[in-house]
Design a protein around this ligand. Structure first.
Ligand code: FAD
Length: 468
């Protein structure tokens, strides 16, 4: 990796000194009055309470802004998902697992008194099987990525701006628009592919995605953390972060709520009408911060103008699923990773299982499944069951038809546009939306699917939101 830590922090503007997460900051929201007719009056309406929205809400309050978060689920956290085993009380993170070891992340967890430790990935035993047949791939062992990672790091260093949002040069370098498979062949990076695939779960057909998206996801700070170690929570309960944030935000979060309509055009404030379990409410806010996946179907009711509609209408999305299998018959310490027998670089054929892995809890395995397009939960569960059974039928390892202790779709996942759209300036135009129509944006679609990097991106955006 050619970027020094100092250079990287300067680039993203979030050096340790620049981030001062306080736990005792006064909450301006406590003084925010509800206007007549039950209106909720705030400085900022934050739409979505996942990684970006939760971080933004807490930090905006620290910056003296009053906020309200509109979250459609009954909890905060988005892709963070923790399963509690009723038999043992043990917890298991089956969504977000690890974070980058960087000052912002440490301070964020410290703020909520949640201890972190260096992440350790249980050794156990790993089989490499093609889940289409259930057979082990003869002679397959993952290549040692060491030298290839160094070469990949040299490539990354050509595009340092990938570490922050989508501020791409014009013209966008041709290499970033190549399908990643072609980029790998062009630069002799074959041996890096299995590692990139492991980190890029959920990104769809990785070899066909424009290199831009892969390099944003598997970027310089990931390389650094591969060397120095990622962080995980010591208590193996990542949802604790969001439970504590919810407690702190209190009435400033509207759970199980959805935006019915917005009016960002007239008057001094934007009006955001929301259906809540307690009935309809109107939020009057000077600014709106959108952190949900900005797909047209997910922005139903928003008063989108032509440019917003045009840009959001170009996004397509991949699909990602996770679950806990009970009684699969697989040994507790066994991982079975999907490897294509005859696919380029042995990448797993999608839609399909990425990996079934041990959980440390007896009789339970975590399964991860990906698809370039959304599938029904039932179709995914059926395919997972069939995949497990094929391992047994092929004689690879004895299996049984598993139950799902829990299962969740994390779809839509990665939002992308075709290379031609990137070349034509899609992200330059997307960037112009920041601050337009009283609206700001954060979240994975504006950076990449990585909580730590999204927090950094949000941290850099917030002073602008607060000042406007
Ligand atoms: C299985 C899995 C494992 C992962 N592992 C890691 C990991 O180990 N480390 C890591 O850094 N990242 C990991 N990620 C990626 C990480 O979760 C995402 O990058 C991050 O959560 C994205 O944050 P976000 O705020 O953009 O979206 P989200 O966290 O998804 O938040 C969006 C929120 O908006 C809500 N919402 C959506 N639509 C609406 C609507 N219309 N109205 C109101 N609310 C709405 C959602 O319910 C959600 O709470 C993982 C993701 C998955 C699925």
């Amino acid at each position: 990796m050619n970027l020094s830590r100092k250079e990287m922090l300067r680039l993203i503007g979030t050096g340790a000194g620049a981030v001062a997460l306080g736990s005792a900051a006064a909450s301006p929201a406590a003084g925010a009055e509800a206007r007549g007719g039950g209106d909720i009056v705030r400085d900022v309406a934050v739409i979505g309470g996942g990684a970006a929205g939760t971080y933004a809400a807490i930090r905006l309050r620290e910056l003296g802004q009053s906020v309200v978060v509109v979250e459609r689920n009954g909890r905060l956290g988005g892709h963070t998902q923790t399963y509690t085993d009723p038999a043992t009380g043990g917890t298991l993170d089956i969504g977000v697992v690890v974070w980058h070891d960087q000052p912002l992340v440490r301070q964020w967890f410290e703020r909520f008194d949640i201890p972190l430790q260096k992440a350790s990935f249980s050794a156990g035993q790993t089989l490499y099987a093609d889940y289409r047949t259930g057979r082990e791939v003869p002679g397959y062992t993952p290549p040692n990525p060491g030298a290839a990672l160094a070469l990949y790091g040299e490539q990354l260093a050509r595009f340092p701006y990938l570490e922050y949002g989508f501020e791409l040069p014009d013209p966008v370098p041709a290499d970033l628009l190549l399908p990643f498979g072609d980029f790998v062949r062009k630069h002799g990076l074959d041996e890096v592919v299995p590692t990139v695939v492991q980190f890029g779960q959920g990104l769809g057909d990785l070899l066909r995605q424009p290199t831009l998206y892969v390099m944003k996801n598997f970027g310089s700070d990931i390389l650094r953390n591969l060397q120095t170690g990622f962080l995980s929570t010591s208590r193996r309960n990542n949802s604790e972060l969001y439970e504590k944030a919810l407690t702190e935000l209190g009435d400033d979060v509207l759970l199980n709520s959805r935006v019915v309509s917005t009016d960002r055009d007239g008057g001094r404030d934007a009006a955001v009408r929301v259906d809540t379990p307690a009935g309809p409410r109107t939020i009057r806010a000077r600014k709106v911060l959108v952190t949900i996946p900005p797909l047209l179907g997910n922005l139903d009711g928003f008063d989108l103008d032509g440019l917003e509609r045009n840009l959001f209408g170009q996004f397509r999305n991949s699909a990602y699923y996770t679950g806990v299998l009970r009684n699969s018959g697989l040994p507790d310490n066994l991982s079975v990773r999907n490897v294509g027998l005859d696919t380029p670089f042995n990448t797993p054929q999608l839609p399909g299982v990425y990996v079934i892995s041990p959980t440390g809890l007896p009789g339970l395995h975590n399964v991860k499944f990906g698809s370039p397009v959304a599938l029904s939960d039932r179709a995914v569960q059926n395919e997972i069951r069939a995949s497990v059974l094929r391992l047994g039928e092929a004689g690879t390892v004895p299996t049984m038809s598993p139950d799902f202790a829990t299962f969740a779709s994390h779809t839509p996942f990665e939002l992308t546009v075709p290379a031609a759209a990137v070349r034509a300036g899609f992200y330059r135009r997307l960037g112009t939306l920041q601050g337009r129509n009283r609206t700001y944006y954060s979240g994975a679609a504006f950076h990449t699917h990585d909580s730590s990097l999204i927090w950094q991106f949000t941290e850099t955006l917030l002073p602008r939101v607060a000042a406007s």
